[in-house]
Design a protein around this ligand. Sequence first.
Ligand code: SAM
Length: 278
Amino acid sequence: MDNIYIEYNFTVSPKEPATEILIAELGNIGFESFVENENGVTAYIQKSEWTQTILEEIFVINSDEFSIEYNQKEVEQTNWNAEWEKNFSPIQVDDLVSIRAPFHENPNLKYDIVIEPKMSFGTGHHETTHMMVQHLLKLDLENKKVLDMGCGTGILAIFAEMKGAKPLDAIDIDNWCYENSIENVARNNCSNIAVYEGDSALLVNKKYDVIIANINRNILLMDIKVYANCLNDKGVLLLSGFYQEDIPVIDAEVSQYNLKLDTFIERNNWVALKYNKL
Ligand SMILES: C[S@@+](CC[C@H](N)C(=O)[O-])C[C@H]1O[C@@H](n2cnc3c(N)ncnc32)[C@H](O)[C@@H]1O
């Protein structure tokens, strides 16, 4: 294996969702490791996989919606795990849930979620994940059939199983997230979660009591109709991955399907909405 890498430092504005899209696109063309920071992300590709024009294939860099600047340099192989370990501190939600890596000490809260994210989204650090955990904390999930759409690391499905949900489906469009969710499901000894790689096309003839979807505004606007069709009467739909100003457009879409806004949580302008099916 080549031990020379090309390191790219990307400065991304606004940081989300562009950084998430950028990471997904870079992952598709052979970038191997990603270390997020407050300005964007540092990404690495093996020199043998690299070409001078490689970034021409990256759609998000050419998008008018975001500003993405970068510089690049050649580096020796790095210990990627050590890199993200430095950047991943354990977190706690409402003094009840701890989200940590295997090498962190267990703070012995009521729920202990162990996640090794590698490059999947979902360490609990992002506002949207944090708020979804808060919504789930308040729900009675005992024996509820749950779908975690856009599962990332699998964190929300794992937490739902810890709260008694079963059976659960966790779906992500990204192969890396699919693989990583399988690993994290096993790491947390969850036995009721089926993980799938794909999108809402997998939801034909499926029914759930609770659907969790922390994705982004545009995907949600496309797929809310499918989720609503899969929701049992009196079911709950949790949506996140968008900003406070997106609420009217999301609400206009959801309201068409017999769902009523119950509560919403806001953190740093990100929101997570809870809908009840009538
Ligand atoms: C914001 S992350 C959420 C991860 C995790 N559920 C959490 O709350 O931390 C969104 C995830 O949705 C996935 N995704 C994007 N588009 C999707 C689609 N159309 N269907 C399913 N998953 C999708 C991405 O790969 C990403 O892992």
